[in-house]
Design a protein around this ligand. Structure first.
Ligand code: S3P
Length: 434
């Protein structure tokens, strides 16, 4: 699907309730499937990725019904699947399910789409194998054939700060006698730790190490907050479209995810957090964003895992900041749904940005006026599609985004929400998004 985005001729003003967090939705459906009884998931994401996790759990014998909420009924056990388990485009589904399936008393095969089948799985196969798991793959890529086994605990120190790898090992540890621990170089998102604790697991965190013991999960009501990674597109749009003022409500503000807000504030952004509270163990609140004059900064080190998914749209933001923004230590961006370093540089250059690729990030010189007047590609990557949309709002001439349908992976409501909440179509002078 092609999407034409025209320059916004006036400001963005309005309030948006951000849809459900993708990472938390995956975990809610998987962990509820492991709990004996009936769990209620409120505000489950409509993104295709969390739906992949739901379908995989259903294929493992779990009963799921939508009655406004998602009701998961489980006898606390998974049953052997009768066909391959399709994880679609979702790295979180395949990596977390590997940890869950490695200790079961049956075999299963996890498969994915073209993009997922190219992504590295050694990062989960290696530590799971140290626990005694038997996983057969070709060159550590999907399909993964998992022959379930009784595992033994490990103390694993990971070179990567990855919540998917950490969660995979913790989920294997959840069903393994003894204490399993996982240490990461920097703290990655901790939704697994928060939700497992909320559901009664014996899990604790000390510094960068998380330790889990075999535990039985209790079914719960889990209310899912809005996704800060989805909010990020509106945060950046509000900051770069002159005179804008946007309020985003119901946004997850877990500190392991709020790197984008910290970086934007460091760049001079006028962002205020309003009305913080806790639901289902997670901090949530409202974010108010006003158009701001921005200056460059360096983004590196321990903040990277706390904004990893936002780097493409942060690159767009940096094109509008005075000075040189340097993003480094983000080499794992090359292993996402696309090689996001190459993809962002190639596509933002087409728009007229002064951006350079480095092995582990970007160097962006700003402030540049983006020209547009071209076609851009999304590389089967939802975050590229939405980042380019935001860039299109300030391009001098229209841009044509090919493959815009990939937004459905995490944020199918993106386009409608943008138009309905921020644009007052009745004003005849506005030529906005067609
Ligand atoms: C995720 C973790 C991150 C992130 C991905 C979702 C998760 O991946 O990029 O979109 O839900 O745990 P890594 O763990 O590979 O960094």
């Amino acid at each position: 699907m092609q999407k034409i985005v025209n320059r916004i001729s006036t400001s963005l003003k309005g309030t948006i309730t951000i849809p459900a967090d993708k990472s938390i939705s995956h975990r809610a459906v998987m962990f509820s499937s492991l709990a004996k009884g009936k769990s209620t998931i409120k505000n489950f994401s409509k993104g295709q990725d969390p739906l992949s996790s739901l379908k995989v759990c259903q294929a493992l014998g779990i009963n799921a019904e939508f009655n406004g909420d998602l009701i998961i009924s489980s006898n606390g056990k998974l049953s052997a699947p009768t066909s391959n388990l399709d994880c679609g485009n979702s790295g979180t589904t395949i990596r977390l399910m590997s940890g869950i399936l490695a200790s079961r008393d049956f075999s299963s095969v996890l498969i994915g789409d073209e993009s997922l089948s190219k992504r590295p799985m050694k990062r989960v196969i290696e530590p799971l194998s140290l626990m005694g798991a038997e996983i057969i793959s070709n060159d550590f890529k999907a399909p993964l054939k998992i022959n379930g086994k009784n595992l033994h605990p490990i103390n694993y120190t990971s070179k990567l700060a990855s919540a998917q790898v950490k969660s995979c090992i913790l989920l294997a540890g959840l069903n393994t006698d003894g204490k399993t621990s996982f240490t990461e170089p920097y703290i990655s998102r901790n939704h697994t730790e928060i939700m497992l604790k909320y559901m009664g697991a014996n899990i604790s965190t000390t510094g960068n190490t998380v330790t889990i013991e075999k535990s039985v999960l209790e079914p719960k009501t889990i209310e899912i907050c809005g996704d800060i990674s989805s909010a990020a597109y509106f945060v950046v749009a509000g900051l770069i479209v002159p005179n804008s003022k946007i309020i985003l409500t119901n946004v997850g503000l877990n500190p392991t995810r709020t790197g984008i807000l910290e970086v934007a504030q460091k760049m001079g952004a006028n962002i205020k957090i309003l009305d913080e509270k806790i639901i289902s163990g997670e901090i949530i609140g409202d974010i108010q964003i006003s158009y701001s004059n921005l200056k460059s900064c360096t983004i590196e080190g321990d903040i990277i895992p706390r904004l990893i998914d936002e780097l493409p749209v942060i690159a767009v933001l940096a094109t509008q900041a005075e000075g040189t923004t340097i993003i480094k230590d983000a080499q794992d961006l090359r292993n996402k749904e696309s090689d996001r370093i190459k993809a962002v540089v190639t596509e933002l250059k087409k728009l007229g940005a002064d951006i350079e690729e480095t092995p582990d990030g970007f160097i962006i010189n700003g402030k540049t006026s983006l020209k547009g007047d071209c076609e851009v590609e999304t590389y089967h990557d939802h975050r590229l599609a939405m980042s380019l949309f935001v860039a299109g709002l300030i391009c001098e001439k229209a841009i044509n985004i090919n493959g815009f349908e990939w937004v459905d992976i995490s944020f199918p409501e993106f386009d409608k929400l943008f138009n309905l909440s921020l644009i007052h179509i009745s004003e005849p002078t506005r030529r906005v998004v067609i």
